[in-house]
Design a protein around this ligand. Structure first.
Ligand SMILES: Cc1ncc(COP(=O)(O)O)c(C=O)c1O
Length: 400
């Protein structure tokens, strides 16, 4: 029998791109994972059991339904309490939407606002998961320059005015990761947040605040969230359990005005996220939030310090600089002499060290002399040894 031909059947959106499988280098600094040794498997199982034991009939009945479109009620309630206590955001369970990771939350808000051709401003450099989604939905992405404190209000206004001048339109969304920015690790100070709110309000631009890394702080205190600094409804606030507990749970959330929630849910296909996972997170976090945060943050601090020590011993500050973040999962390195880390990435990977070069995070296509190094995933020893190995590979290749 001949092979069936799909040639005239494929949709315009589908492509024959290879499956997105992740290959891991021996020293894998390319990933975006939290510390595996801190994933609280027993705690999650105990948490699940606590909830099931406490309300078994209710749980069995709710498990027989498809989940509420906003996700499991008790975890929504806990999330609302958490972001009030931690982030000063006044909300309630009716205004929390649990999602299949914060990636889905970002995607729903993007779809509620963006038509193909619309403009979105992001930090330059920025998390590619969101730029991928923006590209998929046809947005024009314009990066605005940041410094070691993140967005610069004056530059943001210049970027808005440039878009207005060149394209004759006003951008619709400012997408920002204000705490432990991915990839640069910057933290946006309160006064800049206030100025940015004023600028965005002036031009009618909404702010999509992605606070994915706020729990991963190992030094100092968080800056106030954008969402706590404004009560006009212009801010959609997105959070995640991926970096506080584990990405494998696939659970994130957002809160916004009722109007925006309705719009975002109007484009959602399918029911709310996994109910079983929601019980486990709820049962676990109700008694372990601070423990979990402290455990991860101790690991993150030690790991970052090991990587930083190796960077200092290996690279010359006259031609390279790197960030020293007080939280999050990444160090951002830049070869100020222009060394192209993008063109040698595959060879360095084959010799044992993985990183993501800067152009992956560049809305405008540059950044080849930069890279994101994740310190959260590998052990303390491997963070140190892997950077030393990276230095000797680059020396052997006569790149440094
Ligand atoms: C800034 C940022 N936002 C969102 C996500 C998506 O995370 P998740 O969908 O696992 O919550 C990530 C993942 O790395 C991220 O770095």
């Amino acid at each position: 029998m001949g092979k069936f031909s799909f040639e005239n059947l494929w949709s315009e959106k589908s492509t024959d791109a290879p499956r997105k499988l992740v290959n891991h280098a021996e020293y894998d600094f390319a990933v975006a994972y939290p510390p595996p040794e801190g994933v609280p498997m027993d705690g999650l199982i105990d948490g699940l059991k606590t909830i099931v034991d406490a309300k078994s009939d209710e749980v069995a009945r709710d498990m027989s339904y498809y989940p509420h479109v906003q996700g499991e009620e008790s975890l929504r309630e806990l999330t609302a309490e958490k972001i009030f206590v931690d982030r000063g955001i006044k909300t309630d369970k009716e205004s929390i939407v649990l999602c299949n990771g914060s990636g889905e939350a970002n995607g729903l808000i993007i779809q509620a606002i963006i038509n193909p051709g619309d403009y979105v401003i992001t930090e330059e450099y920025v998390y590619m998961g969101t730029t991928n989604q923006l590209n998929y939905f046809g947005a024009n992405i314009v990066g605005t320059k940041i410094d070691d404190k993140g967005l610069i209000p004056e530059k943001l206004e210049e970027t808005i005015l440039n878009i207005k001048k060149k394209a004759g339109v006003t951008p619709k969304i400012l997408y920002t990761i204000p705490e432990h920015q991915n990839p640069t690790g910057s933290i946006l100070p309160k006064d800049r947040r206030i100025d940015i709110i004023d600028i965005c309000k002036k031009y009618g631009i909404m702010i999509l605040e992605d606070d994915c890394y706020v729990d991963n702080r190992f030094e100092g205190c968080p800056e106030p969230s954008f969402a706590s600094l404004d009560d006009s409804g212009m801010i959609a606030y997105v959070g995640s359990f991926s970096k506080l507990i584990a990405p494998g749970l696939r659970m994130g959330y957002f809160t916004a005005t009722d109007e925006l929630i309705d719009r975002a849910l109007s484009v959602k296909i399918g029911s709310g996220p996994n109910q079983f996972v929601a019980y486990a997170i709820d049962g676990f976090l109700r008694s372990n939030l601070n423990n979990q945060r402290n455990n991860y943050n101790k690991l993150l601090k030690d790991k970052k310090e090991a990587m930083e020590k190796a960077l200092e011993e290996t690279f010359d500050k006259s031609n390279a600089k790197w960030s020293s973040p007080s939280g999050g999962c990444y160090t951002w390195i830049e070869f100020t002499d222009g060394t192209n880390l993008s063109s040698i990435r595959d060879e360095v990977f084959s010799k044992g060290v993985g990183y993501l070069s800067g152009e992956n995070f560049a809305p405008n296509g540059d950044g080849q002399n930069m890279a994101r190094l994740c310190f959260a995933f590998e052990s303390i020893e491997k963070n140190y040894d892997g950077i030393k190995l990276l230095g000797s590979i680059l020396k052997d290749m006569k790149v440094i």
